[in-house]
Design a protein around this ligand. Sequence first.
Ligand code: PSV
Ligand code: MN
Length: 430
Amino acid sequence: MTGLPISADLIAQANAREIDALEDDYTSLGRKLARNGIDIDAIKTRVAGFSVAVPSWGAGRGGTRFAKFPIPGEPTNIHEKLEDCAVINQLSRVTPRVSPHFPWDKVSDFNALREEAASLGLGFDAVNSNTFQDQPGQAHTYANGSLSSQDAGARAQAVEHNIECIEIGKQLGSRDLTVWVGDGTNFPGQQDLARSLDRYLDAAAEVYAALPGDWRMLLEHKMFEPAFYSTVISDWGSSILAAQELGPKAKCLVDLGHHAPNVNIEQIVARLHRFGKLGGFHFNDSKYGDDDLDSGSINPHQLFLVFNELVEAELNPRDGFDPAYMIDQSHNVTDPIESMLSSAEAITQCYAKASLVDRAALHAAQEGNDTMMAFQALRRAYNIDVAPILAKARMEAGGAIDVLAVYRESKWRERKAQERKAVGLGAGIV
Ligand code: PSV
Ligand code: MN
């Protein structure tokens, strides 16, 4: 398939039905913002320049460790996943890049895959390596770890796989390698906690040495799961220490679901940026652990506070602030396209709200120890409904004013259910 997947006429007709109401809402919001000295068009321009990548694996229905409930028409290979990601971007105009995972998305010709994506209006984001699963025919098991394994063969195999991902990424036009390892232990005493980190650092240095000059290695930490007693790169402390030891091209990646409950993630963002080590972000939401729920569905205020720090860093950057933003979710009970449309909207809304914060007032209140006014500077921005700004930016870029309504009207999933082979039952990704 080439060309954009949804009929441009369908989008135009649906937008024509919504445009008067949108203009009304936009004008009224513009007047309200103008009273506070904010130019709504300037915020719209910032929103139009914002983007977040989508994960190839998020296009399929995920599952829990217990079960997966596939839906008719869900994608089963990277080509079908790209088509679905193209639908998300065509309607939302905010997700122009796809982050692939290997070997899940392996094909024989990556240059052709890059062209296929381009014809759908997509590029590629960070490449993700997978050393948390054994593959058929693999020489060494990762059951006892990968980059940190005591088995030199498993370590070498994991290094080689990461280098292969870099080679693939070069063909796809990526510039980041995201490394998340599930390495860790389930029993006290199972491994030496210091030596397993030594082994990780030595192996990661071999991967780092293979990075092209303009690439970054994004280290993704996670507190637990699949290891439940200790994890080698468990927290942002381990992550930044590893990134500092590896070198300037190594940065930290924060996944919102990978922390202890109630951890102040916005403070982690500020800390990592302070040391020039904030490289990437995986957006999702969580109630209990690494739930991979839809962004902003549980704690939208936290998402806003995280974006408050990200926008602060963007406006006052230290040391090349250029984070790779990505959605990383598991869609177990919804149509993944709908979840990612809704999540992209929630994420962009928080970016827009954080852009509305009166930073001069905030900084002045902070300097003057005026706690209530500092808080109110955030609260005022959080309380503004920025939906008309997003909808107008989207429409002007060719997207849909009401993304979910147009998606349903397109009957995309129903049509794909006639064409695509059914997904087998089984457990999902954990
Ligand atoms: C691990 O839980 C993670 O967040 C990493 O980003 C993986 O690559 C991804 O999920 C897919 O399972
Ligand atoms: Mn992640």
